[in-house]
Design a protein around this ligand. Structure first.
Ligand code: G3P
Ligand code: CA
Length: 280
């Protein structure tokens, strides 16, 4: 027997033991979904069709996009309440009709190559989502958007498994569940730490809110969250999601903590970082 074969023979029992330990771990371990925040927004103008298309090219598992109602009741993809930061001209979205908002250039600020990019409607954004991929629809206004939003979702070709509705306002998500219990929701919560080190909201408040609104998910900022809270939420069969993570080391930590999805401005970078993480 050659030296190498002899070594393998001696090592055989150890191999079998390792395999027995690793196989169940691999079966339990699922990589988090990588969700492109406002599209692939580190490279392309946020909340625009070029940013969403780039996210799909970069193999993101989903996109996250912000939505507001216009004066004339259309739903547009836009983050801020007004257009000053992105276009230099201040128009309040809720006080402006779609036709006027569509005249604005929302691409130039990110680079000359994006000059002339227009604010997309929700229908245009939904139409970019490929089969099997997801969209996290963030509601940036109040309950007045619920009826038109459900109409737009109904009119799209997306299935219920492709959509997650997210919002900071728990009441808005509660209304979504009342009107469309088949849709997934996830409550956005910014965890804040005061000077004494106390983090708010408390774990109890978070769990009570999630239960009250029948949320499927808990989406937290990446600061001030620990594994104890994630475990507590998971025990209630609620998934944890995190935003906005652009650092591979932080993304790796959340992957190891069992977080269901990571929202990032840099989907290619983060997807690659997660792939190279061994199962815990
Ligand atoms: O995915 C949640 C995150 O987008 C919330 O913050 O300000 O980027 O909409 P913001
Ligand atoms: Ca958002």
């Amino acid at each position: 027997m050659s030296t190498v074969r002899h070594f393998l023979w001696v090592m055989k029992p150890a191999w079998i033991t390792s395999l027995l330990l690793l196989v169940p771990a691999a079966l339990c371990f699922a990589e988090p979904l990588i969700i492109a925040h406002r599209g692939s927004s580190a490279s392309a103008p946020e909340n625009t069709i070029p940013a969403f298309e780039l996210a799909w090219e970069q193999q993101a598992d989903g996109i996250e996009a912000d939505f507001l109602l216009t004066k004339d009741g259309h739903i547009v993809c836009f983050h801020d309440k007004d257009t000053k930061r992105i276009t230099g001209k201040k128009l309040l979205v809720k006080n402006t009709p779609l036709s006027k908002l569509r005249q604005l250039d929302v691409g130039s600020w990110k680079g000359e190559q994006y000059k002339g990019t227009r604010i997309p409607t929700i229908a245009e954004v939904l139409a970019t989502v490929p089969d099997g991929k997801k969209i996290y629809i963030e509601i940036k206004c109040g309950e007045e958007i619920v009826t038109p939003l459900l109409r737009e979702i109904e009119a799209s070709t997306l299935t219920k498994n492709q959509i997650v509705i997210i919002c900071f306002k728990a009441g808005v998500l509660k209304a979504i569940k009342q009107h469309a219990p088949h849709l997934q929701t996830s409550w956005l919560c910014n965890l804040k730490k005061d000077k004494s080190g106390k983090v708010t909201p408390t774990h109890e408040t978070i769990c009570k809110t999630l239960e009250d609104i029948h949320a499927n998910g808990f989406s937290s900022s990446h600061q001030n969250i620990n594994l104890a809270l994630i475990n507590k939420v998971n025990e209630a069969e609620i998934m944890h999601h995190v935003w906005t993570v652009n650092d591979p080391a932080i993304a790796t930590r959340f992957s190891q903590w069992g977080t269901a999805s990571i929202t990032t401005d840099k989907p290619a970078l983060i997807k690659n970082a997660i792939k190279t993480v061994p199962a815990p």
